[in-house]
Ligand binder design. Structure first.
Ligand code: ZN
Length: 108
């Protein structure tokens, strides 16, 4: 049973993973794009917490070891930038991968 493109119903060859060779429809989003998006959402969430004040979260009330809580609060901007930066990096990498296959398909 051959796979078909949901957009133009052309049969898809084995090597068409992300892009339909007939209509250039994006067949699927690479998994790491989704991971990247989740990380970006986490980054935005962390930013909101940062604006609110990480010390108000009650991290020092005993849920986690005091040292770890202090460390988390001290490095909070780093966490925000890290999650958001890594997230956008993954999204860009995924976009480039899809673009790469589109270019390959267009050249063929
Ligand atoms: Zn198609």
């Amino acid at each position: 049973m051959a796979r078909r493109c949901p957009e133009c119903y052309a049969e898809l060859p084995e090597d068409a993973v992300y892009v339909c060779p007939t209509c250039h429809y994006t067949l699927r989003t690479p998994t790491f794009a989704k991971v990247g998006l989740v990380l970006m959402v986490i980054g935005v969430g962390l930013l909101a917490v940062f604006v609110y004040g990480p010390e108000k979260l009650g991290l020092e009330s005993g849920i986690m070891p005091t040292d770890l809580a202090r460390l988390t609060i001290a490095n909070f901007p780093l966490l925000v930038v890290g999650a958001f930066g890594l997230g956008s990096l993954l999204v860009v990498a995924a976009a480039l991968k899809v673009r790469g296959e589109q270019a390959r398909v267009a050249a063929a």
